[in-house]
Design a binder for this molecule. Sequence first.
Ligand code: UVW
Length: 319
Amino acid sequence: TTEDAAPPMEEFLLDAPSNWGKWGPDDEVGSLNYLTSEEVLRGVGAITSGTVVTLQRVIGDPNGDPVWPGRTPATKTMIVDESTWDSADAPQFPGGGHYADDKIDAYLQGSTQYDALGHAWYGGKLWNGFDARSTIGGLDKASVEPIAERGVVGRGVLLDMARFRNKESLEPAETFTHEDLMACAEHQGVTLEKRDILVVRTNFLQRFYELGDAFYEDFCEPGLTYSLELATWFQEMEIPNLVTDTIANEITFDPNSGVTLPLHGALMRNLGIALTEICNLETLAERCAETGQYAFLYTAAPLKVHQASGSPVNPVAIL
Ligand code: UVW
């Protein structure tokens, strides 16, 4: 099947499991509900040394910002700096103090980010059955706000797929399954537990920094792809959050059907699993490989942006 002949998402995901209604008809945070205070303490229990590692990429990195094709990287502009204060008509404050001001113009999905559960949908329905028309002019339902309001804290586990496959980075369109994730965990000597936050490393974006614009030619990221077994595993494992270092957290096109981003449908829309994208997992991966410790406390607080489809975030792993 080619991309042109891809079946509609609703047909492709006909048998996909759903969590709609599980936390009531008004719920907007889905599987993040699994992250109760017991889960926070389970995450705290994974800490052994108190080492803190941040997972955000730099916004406005001079080496470039990898973004989904069609989006533009953030631009940062200095509004006030020392040169401004030198100009003749600049206001001067009593005491002579100066300050700097700047602003960014950025896609909320254009750097390390949380997707709102209402960020992607099919068949006219968002997470929990909310009407897709509720996104018009701003997400009235399932925006990033309720996720930002509650925060995300639990036990995280790094699954270093690149290292597991003995590669510096995974190849374009390279796929793996939930069974591969389990095999990777076993190889790393860590047990995946129910309600773990899965942090999956591919190091694919290294190619962006090496290739520049050529990175976007025949764009197809590596990652998980849809199967009924995979979606059922995520549901049964009560996975609250899938975090990766790729732009879209899954293989771009399902290799068999040509369906684009099927897990945004099967995991985000149907199961209410939060997706966290474009992370920098390099320091975390080095640290985990050095110590053999792959579980940690994961914390993230996306920004409270009104009715937004996503938000930049700097997740923190504490080992
Ligand atoms: C799209 O929405 C296309 O991608 P992402 O979830 O990566 O922002």
